[in-house]
Write a protein that binds this ligand. Structure first.
Ligand code: UD2
Length: 317
């Protein structure tokens, strides 16, 4: 029987990954989440088919028995936010760096076959050219970017020196159903969705010409599963993006068109630590992992908008 563990499995991307694992017939799926940013309701539909443990990844002694003997551990648990890492550098360092170290250590000691680590495109910072390829030197611009990069470095040396098979996927800007729009640190698409539905103008930080490789959550989950199976990837890092690039102004314009309304955005000061442009070169992920993103931005936004509308009706009922 296949045995998988998803750290951060009650989060937005983690719960999509749990769904994808179950959809392809996974045997035992263990979720580790301390519910700091994750929510049990994200697992509502699959609750009876998984094991849920409210556990903090920093607690080696608690993590070890949960990962022991697993085929694959997907390490997604993190505090994933550039501005939060600036507001709370100590907490985010502790979770993102120390927590990641404890997970890798427990996986090594527990005889886990492979770890897939959720890295971040923020590692690149501002590069001279686009798209961003894995061979470019990292230039992290925020504590968050440093923290996720340290996790990659640890993944790599656990592979080369400590006998643990790992592979890192640099997630680009992931969006889709279940992304929580309610925190000041929420991802921009979730914030745009809420504003659109409530007919309020969103605030864009800066001139809105900064761009991102927005990637639909199902595509990221599918790639993450492929990374668990690919051969010859030990210790390597791959871009997990869609390959496109849209400015925030373009995304807000597209959303207004999809909804058939006109609602000009407000503009505020640029956010410290922000990367200007982001776009993945997906060549290596396509070649080595079989990455094949299926969703255009428009299709992904349509699906996401439908989900937010449905969940809003559900929450009002
Ligand atoms: C970074 C990483 C991404 C992932 C993510 C986790 C980059 C390029 N991307 O995403 O890979 O690890 O962190 O959180 O580093 N914004 C607004 N208004 C809002 C909210 C955001 O204008 O209400 C802007 C924000 O200033 C930024 C863009 O939208 O320019 C995207 O922000 P985000 O927080 O959704 O994600 P980002 O790019 O920090």
């Amino acid at each position: 029987m296949s045995h998988y563990v998803v750290t951060g499995g009650a989060g937005f991307i983690g719960s999509a990954l749990v769904g994808a694992l179950l959809a392809e017939g996974a045997g035992r799926v263990v979720v580790i989440d301390n519910l700091l940013t994750g929510k049990e309701e994200n697992l509502e539909e699959v609750r009876k088919r998984i094991e849920f443990h409210r556990t903090d990844i920093r607690c080696y002694d608690e993590v070890l028995p949960l990962v022991r003997g697993a085929d694959v551990v997907f390490h997604l648990a993190a505090i994933p936010s550039v501005p939060r890492s600036i507001a709370e550098p100590e907490l985010t360092h502790d979770v993102n760096v120390n927590g990641t170290f404890q997970v890798f250590r427990a996986c090594r000691d527990g005889g886990v076959r492979r770890v897939v680590y959720a890295a971040s495109s923020s590692a690149y910072g501002d590069t001279d050219t686009l798209p961003k390829t894995e061979t470019m030197p990292p230039r992290p611009l925020s504590p968050y970017a440093v923290q996720k990069l340290v996790g990659e470095y640890y993944a790599s040396v656990f592979c080369t020196c400590l006998g643990l098979e790992t592979v890192s996927i640099r997630y680009f800007n992931v969006y889709g159903p279940r992304q929580d729009p309610s925190s000041p640190y929420s991802g921009v698409i979730s914030v745009f969705m809420k504003a659109l539905i409530e007919r309020r103008p969103p605030t864009i930080f800066g001139d809105g010409e900064q761009s991102r490789d927005f990637t639909y959550v199902e595509d990221v989950a599918a790639l993450t599963l492929k990374a668990a199976r690919a051969s010859g990837v030990c210790g390597k890092v791959y871009n997990g993006g869609n390959g496109g690039r849209y400015s925030l102004n373009q995304v807000w314009a597209l959303l207004q068109r999809l909804e058939g309304i006109e609602l000009p955005a407000r503009y505020g000061p640029p956010r410290p630590g922000d990367v200007r442009h982001s776009q993945a070169d997906t060549t290596a992920a396509v070649r080595d992992l079989g990455h094949a993103p299926r969703f255009t931005l428009e299709e992904g936004l349509r699906r996401t908008l439908e989900w937010y509308k449905r969940s809003l009706v559900r929450n009002r009922a």
